[in-house]
Design a protein around this ligand. Structure first.
Ligand code: 13P
Length: 283
């Protein structure tokens, strides 16, 4: 079943928990993440990021995500992740996604406000929540190993963030406080006090991007300081790869479908553990 982004965030707030927001640009990852949602009953955000168009198009994967989430008894949000422009977000909403992120963080502050407002307006007409972003997270979401070190000078400024939320009306805010997208090259130094300040000054739930690669204590500390949504892709995709790799050397395995089954199991184990850590933060 579908629930809205505000409903999912309310669940997280009431339970002092974090929501797993998992990007699923491959079918085995989608099936596995749905399975985890059904086994745990915990709300999960299924995401499709514009940057993953090179893997599969939202026009192909989106309808499968919508159909599987809707027919499931477990609660899911369908979120367009890192939308660069309003047209892409509109495409996702037309397909049936019920939540979106507009990422204007690489624009000037004024342009970020302008394009985010346009998306908030569109989302209001459709009754869906919007995530905006202030501050810059380095790294990328396609596994580039040359990135992966956070730059403190690009962390989110709480005063700018508060102004941005007031001027745009976003539902939640992606912020930079020490995480990076993709694989870390250096142990992340997370600024927990900054998360607390951002939560207090903006008044909205804080979103962590670059969720792969932290340890359970780090996830739970971020949640205790005000993070409610944690975006996650690299480690889930890596879990699929790690599960497939030994089979590639096995001469008895000759069908791609065997690899697909292994990949699904790999993602299932990884996302299960991740969802469990986030849900248990308040216990
Ligand atoms: P990771 O790939 O580092 O898990 O980050 C995912 C993400 O932030 C998607 O928006």
């Amino acid at each position: 079943m579908l629930i809205s982004l505000p409903e999912a965030l309310d669940w997280a707030e009431k339970n002092n928990a974090g929501l797993a927001a998992v990007n699923t640009p491959f079918f085995e990852g989608l099936l596995a993440t749905i399975d985890v949602g059904e086994r745990t009953g915990v709300p999960i955000i299924l995401q499709f990021a514009q940057v993953h168009e090179g893997i599969v198009s939202i026009e192909d994967m989106g309808p499968a995500m919508v159909a599987l989430a809707k027919r499931s008894p477990a609660p899911f949000v369908l979120h367009v992740d890192h939308g660069d422009d309003i047209d892409y977000i509109r495409t996702g909403l037309d397909i049936g996604f019920n939540s979106c992120m507009i990422d204007g963080s690489h624009h000037s502050y004024d342009d970020n406000v302008r394009i985010t407002r346009e998306v908030v307006e569109l989302a209001r007409e459709r009754g869906v929540g919007v995530e905006g972003e202030i501050g810059v997270m380095t790294g990328n979401e396609n596994g580039d190993p040359d990135q992966g070190v956070a730059d403190e000078t690009l962390y989110t400024d709480p005063e700018v963030a508060a102004r941005f939320v007031k001027e745009t009306g976003v539902t939640c805010l992606a912020a930079s406080f020490g995480t990076v997208h993709g694989i870390y090259r250096k142990k992340p130094q997370l600024d927990y006090d900054l998360i607390t300040t951002l939560r207090e000054t903006t008044g909205v739930p804080i979103v962590m991007h670059g969720g792969s690669g932290l340890n359970p204590d780090e996830y739970q500390n971020c949640i205790r300081h005000g993070v409610r949504k944690i975006n996650y892709y690299t480690y889930a995709a890596k879990a699929a790869y790690d599960a497939v790799k030994p089979l590639m050397d096995d001469e008895n395995v000759i069908l791609f479908s065997n690899l697909a089954v292994a990949a699904r199991k790999g993602v299932d184990a990884d996302v299960s553990a991740f969802v469990g850590v986030l849900a248990d933060a308040g216990k």
